[in-house]
Design a protein around this ligand. Structure first.
Ligand code: 13P
Length: 241
């Protein structure tokens, strides 16, 4: 399976800079040996999807509300994301778990609704710095996998240690290898398709460390935050794959 390089734009991007970023990515794509995805904020998904149409770069969302439609003021559904051109959706990002109080059960409900609407979920898991210092990373991530994926998961898992997000700190290659091997074993134990589930690494992935991280066994791609907002950096990460 080709590696997946996914950009999470988070809450960044007005009309002009999002369009410029999408055009910059499109202009710099060589032969794609990786699958590439960008996840802009809701307001820019349609415009970015139009710019990237036919380029081979997929577009995704960062969240949705897990009801098909109805009286949920201020929310959008998985079908609405599909309607805008999204193929993927990031779910359970640690920023949502922290800022919006998203629980494993809420993420599991979204996974089910995503698949029903034809979206591929990317479920994020990862421990805090304090949890790692206490040696709890496997217990924490194991609990998130058991609680967030549902019974027959068809999607992507992203391991994002919270202490590595936006900090410039990256786990050692040995730590990434260990956690990805643990996640693979848990997926195989918990899921009928667990052996084939793609596992991304996320947290301070940059052009300078991408090749080393992507070479780690069981790392099936990267979920990139800050470096996905600079076309040249994102393109260099794609090239490293
Ligand atoms: P950074 O690449 O900015 O550390 O963000 C990672 C992330 O949270 C991607 O979802």
């Amino acid at each position: 399976m080709r590696p997946l390089i996914a950009g999470n734009w988070k809450m960044h991007g007005l009309t002009e800079d999002s369009a410029a970023l999408a055009r910059g990515i499109r202009a710099g794509l060589g032969d794609l040996s990786a699958e590439v995805l960008v996840c802009p904020p809701f307001t820019q998904i349609a415009a970015v999807a139009a710019i990237l149409e036919g380029s081979g770069v997929a577009v995704g969302g960062q969240n949705f509300y897990p009801a098909p439609l109805g009286p949920h003021t201020g929310e959008i559904s998985a079908t609405m994301l599909r309607d805008l051109g999204a193929r993927y959706v990031i779910l359970g990002h640690s920023e949502r778990r922290a800022d919006q109080g998203e629980t494993d059960a809420m993420v599991a409900a979204k996974v089910k609704a995503a698949v029903a609407a034809g979206l591929i979920p990317i479920v994020c898991v990862g421990e805090t710095g304090a949890q790692r210092a206490a040696g709890q990373q496997e217990a924490v991530v194991g609990g998130q996998l058991a609680g967030s994926l549902g019974a027959e998961f068809a999607g992507v898992v992203a391991y994002e240690p919270i202490w590595a997000i936006g900090t410039g700190k990256v786990p050692t290659v040995a730590d990434i290898r260990g956690m990805h091997a643990f996640i693979r074993a848990e997926l195989v134990r918990l899921q009928p398709e667990g052996a084939g589930t793609r596992i991304l690494y996320g947290g301070s992935v940059k052009p300078g460390n991408a090749a080393e991280i992507l070479a780690v066994p069981e790392v099936g791609g990267a979920l990139v935050g800050g470096a996905s907002l600079v076309a040249d950096d994102f393109l260099r990460i794609i090239a490293a794959a």
